[in-house]
Design a protein. Sequence first.
Length: 266
Amino acid sequence: MVRIISVANQKGGVGKTTTTINLGTALAATGEKVLIIDLDPQGNASTGVGIDRQARETSSYDLVVSNASVEEAAVKTKVPGLSIIPSTLDLLGVEQSIANLKDRAYRVRKSLREGAGSAQALGYTYVLLDCPPSLNLLTINALAASDAILVPLQCEFFALEGLSQLLQTVDHVRGTLNPDLKVHGIVLTMYDVRNSLAKQVVADVRAHLGDKVYETIIPRNVRISEAPSFGKPALLYDVNCAGSRAYIDLASEVIRREKQFRRIAA
Ligand code: ADP
Ligand code: MG
């Protein structure tokens, strides 16, 4: 069964795109069939998996606005089992294009979940939605389409700031658009062992959010930040670096949690 997960946090620079790319790659490496949908106009996820701007013929804009199908819009990446629906700057105008439509919050959900062209029918087992740094209509579309949200939190002093607003949005979406939406988990990113504050942040976040926080912590790792400039996920660029290993661990934790959710639902 396909699982659709939004990688979201309205703060920029917290590791959403990095997590989408590398979790997607790690899941694909374990044999899952993964689709990333780049919902950020900046298109960093698309660039990060090596899709040149010229190659983005059908984009996430077309999926959301023009009823393009998942099959038409998805392109294969160099990673076996990993495809992406890339984004273009057109996405900046998406709100205007769909603002007056009755189903404006369900555009992504419909493309992904309905009919013969659904992600499930196409054989995907995981769909990861890389959200923009904003609680805008695109993020709402992503949450309305998803089984769960995965929230990257940067290990810094203001880590928890803004999280309550995000969780309120999740509650709102659950109450109105998508009752099944779960908080899959919070993943701490860019952990720096040399920074004494980082330990305190981890302790605070765990104290606040308990078992919603993944055990895996993603370290700050220069190899992770270098990889996108080569158009490669870190796991292809350097599979043995600490960052890649952490994303492999995160993938097993995500799969484990999925099984738990299913047991609870059954
Ligand atoms: P977001 O999508 O939330 O805006 P990104 O994933 O683009 O955040 O990350 C922001 C910046 O931080 C990027 O330059 C990225 O390469 C870098 N980065 C992300 N995670 C790490 C990490 N674990 N170690 C080092 N740099 C990282
Ligand atoms: Mg991003």
